[in-house]
Design a binder for this molecule. Sequence first.
Ligand code: MSP
Length: 471
Amino acid sequence: MSKTYITTAIPYVNGAPHIGHALDYLLADTYARYAKLRGETVRFQVGTDEHGNKIADKAAASQLSPQAFVDQNSATFKDFIHALGVEYTDFIRTTDPHHIASCQQIWQQLQPHIYKSTYTGWYCTGCEGYATDTEYKDNNGICPDHQKPYERLSEENYYLRLSDFKPVITAAIKSGRMRILPDFRATEILKLIDSAPDVSISRPRANLNWGIPVPGDEDQVMYVWIDALTNYLTVLGYPDSNISDFWPATIQFVGKDILRFHAIIWPAILLGLGLELPHTIHSHGHILSGGKKMGKSLGNVVDPLTVLNSRGLDPFRYFFLRHIDTFTDSDFTPEKFETAYQKELGNDLGNLVQRLATLASKAGLTAISAPDPSALPTEYLELMDSLHFSRALDYVWSRIIAINQAIDTAKPWATIKTDPTSTTKILSELITDLLSVSVLLLPFLPDTSTKITGIFTTSPITPPTTPLFPR
Ligand code: MSP
């Protein structure tokens, strides 16, 4: 059995989860369930990013110690991940003592590539990162993501010598050994790498107190991104345990805003540790609200739990996996969500299950055997393997629509009286087809898929008393 390791970005716990945070988890969970369907053993990491000034400032504003504040917010994220039905295997917090100790060991292993120097530049606390001079000019001195002016900082920091690794990273991206999806993002990264300076990987304690101490230098604290990125290894037990069963990662899911950290700094760390690069980094677009990036500072945050509770989990998963494009930005609106619920889930799928179960029940059909789950259609496999989830759902829906059309053409409600034998045969074929569709739905809508399979594989076939997607 082959092994799959899937990772998600660990969110900052400076606030409550917003609807955009759902995307990493839903994409990763869909892939994890797909991998399991294909018989793979899956390790699936999620977690929370808990250090840095942004978090310490929020803790102070809430009159809590940083630790009490992150304990509270990390638990909220964990609840959120459960609410999304995510079947993760490991939850990591960057304040876990094991992570802190391992991160310090990693720092020591990277020593040959680390040096100390002074840096002056434009910093955004929202990004926890420096903008280049060009970005600073293009953005008129204001971070476009956080709508905050950049701060001029001059500090003595430790640096990771990126130049040691640039040629290998570039070659890995070009050859597809480290696949970056979508392709246009790989092109952007290749352009960025050329001019990328060495990375500042620490900050003076005077400017960053809430973080992991640099081993051997009491005055310096690790830059939050070093602390955060290494979670993908420490969660597997690195460096104390052998991680070769699951490293290199199969797919790392991240948003487009943090791809550069994952496609440049992260590979440099891995190469510095003598580890292999991940097979794939998947960079998704952003969910916009009213055409703008969602953020507290912009006041347009959509609460995911309100949307989720309005129609239940599977409708929520469905909308995000089909109508939020897998790779580009998409707008969330309650109207679009409701239309998809009524038309696609209610009419196309819910009604299909109801009427097929009713016809089968009237015809006295007994249980139909479930299809072999490993026999998946090539078109579906190709779309899932290339992580085109919304298109894979388009394909599944074309099959659902085809079954509806086949019922309309065959009119079994009329022929059952005149030709019961061939009607029963036709109904069995249609149900077998629906059961195959149900398997394809499993990674996306696990609960619905289980219900559909249950209805038609149990004797006597009985229509559900409540429709799958009530009005
Ligand atoms: N803490 C870092 C990640 C460290 S990973 C080693 C971080 N946190 S975050 O909370 O800002 O973002 C977490 C994830 O949510 C990222 O993948 C980010 O792209 C994603 N999203 C944040 N807002 C989003 C949308 N509006 N839409 C889709 N994804 C969004 O960055």
